[in-house]
Design a protein. Structure first.
Length: 382
């Protein structure tokens, strides 16, 4: 393990005394350091809940370093100052070398997954109830919030528009300064639709406002609609939305894993195996202790996703009878993709590109992936 003490660690899990004896468990060190989303987020709360279970049952301390964005969560991991990260969809964007990972300091990352949480919530495009939007196709001509400087969020919105065969040209984009500003724009009747997770407290604010709230579904049997979604945002999967602020009835929607427990291939296989095994062993002890923590159940793991798994985690899934030929084939395809991205990046940097670095990289990335016979997914990502 590469875990180190560092003085600026912003939070340490506050844990109950465990008693004088602990159950035999995976061979974990006495202290593990991880990064997670900022204090107050469900990802941070989940990491703390896992830490409590580890302390109470293994005598292992899980130190949680909160980070406000993808970079601040991944820098300590890349530098070997923490062992794992309870990260988000930035894990995928880091692999692809887009958004904040398309800079000279980053480039495509060789990310690896241990496990993930697929809770009962969904992520999707909400609409004010007073504009007559019952389906995503009804968003045509409506005012849709677009967050400045957040291509990941805007890609998610565009993916939902694509489900209905719409683009930004078919709606009226309303540029807002941040995620909370998107909610405010709808509350103030400046926009009609915004992207959110279904269990956000802001959902309840709009739902209880004079405008009301609806969530247009993504019917799971609409194969063509889903093909368009996953062509732009392949990390989305069909999901039943059972958890929402305001206790809305369950509906067919979309989601992706959050958090994703990840590291790099350089991370010890034995340590990654032990962490994966420990989290599944302790699942009964933390699943009800934090929002959406029930999503870590073994039967909710998406083992054929868009980022490859760590070899140590694969060892566990094989022992559990969950890893077969299909999962291995997907793993090898993803490793091939990562290698291609790494090769394109190295060649691009060595060329000493002139002009706007990010634009030049996206162009080189697009052409390189096409030449390798792989789907670039985006020609630009802004």
């Amino acid at each position: 393990m590469t875990s180190k003490s560092f003085a600026t660690l912003a939070a340490t899990t506050v844990l109950a005394a465990a008693g004088s004896a602990f159950a035999a468990g995976p061979e974990l060190p006495k202290s593990i350091a991880v990064t997670a989303y900022d204090v107050g987020s469900s990802g941070y709360s989940q990491a703390v809940a896992v830490g409590a279970a580890f302390k109470n049952n293994y005598g292992v301390t899980l130190r949680v370093l909160p980070g406000k964005n993808d970079v601040s969560r991944m820098v300590p991991l890349r530098e070997g100052k923490v062992d794992f990260s309870f990260n988000g969809i930035g894990t995928y964007y880091s692999q692809e070398g887009v958004d904040v990972f398309g800079t000279k300091d980053w480039g495509p990352q060789e990310a690896r997954i241990l496990l993930m949480s697929m809770g009962d919530n969904c992520l999707g495009q909400f609409a004010a109830a007073d504009v007559g939007v019952k389906t995503l196709a009804d968003l045509k001509g409506k005012r849709v919030a677009r967050v400045k400087g957040s291509p990941a969020l805007n890609t998610n919105t565009l993916a939902h528009l694509r489900f209905a065969d719409l683009t930004w040209n078919d709606v009226e984009p309303v540029d807002v300064g941040g995620n909370n500003a998107a909610f405010d724009a709808v509350l103030n009747n400046q926009a009609d639709s915004f992207f959110s997770t279904t269990n956000s407290g802001n959902i309840l604010k709009v739902q209880n406002s004079p405008r009301g709230l609806l969530f247009p579904p993504l019917p799971h049997d609409d194969k063509e609609g889903w093909k368009r979604v996953q062509a732009l945002a392949p990390y989305f999967t069909p999901h039943m939305c059972k958890e929402s602020s305001g206790n809305m009835p369950a509906w067919e929607g979309a989601s992706y894993p959050y958090p994703v427990v990840m590291n790099y291939p350089s991370g010890s296989a034995d340590a990654s195996y032990a962490m994966t095994k420990a989290m599944f062993e302790q699942y009964p002890n933390f699943k009800d202790a934090a929002p959406a923590a029930s999503g870590y159940a073994l039967d909710r793991q998406v083992l054929k996703w868009v980022v490859p798994f760590h070899e140590g985690a694969i060892r566990y899934y094989k022992e559990a009878g969950k890893w077969g030929e299909a999962e291995q084939a997907n793993q090898e395809k993803l490793l091939q993709r990562q290698k291609a991205l790494q090769d394109i990046w190295k060649k691009f940097v060595a060329s000493n590109p002139s002009g706007e670095f990010y634009d030049a990289w996206l162009a080189a990335r697009y052409e390189g992936m096409k030449a390798a016979g792989l789907d670039p997914i985006w020609k630009e990502f802004k």
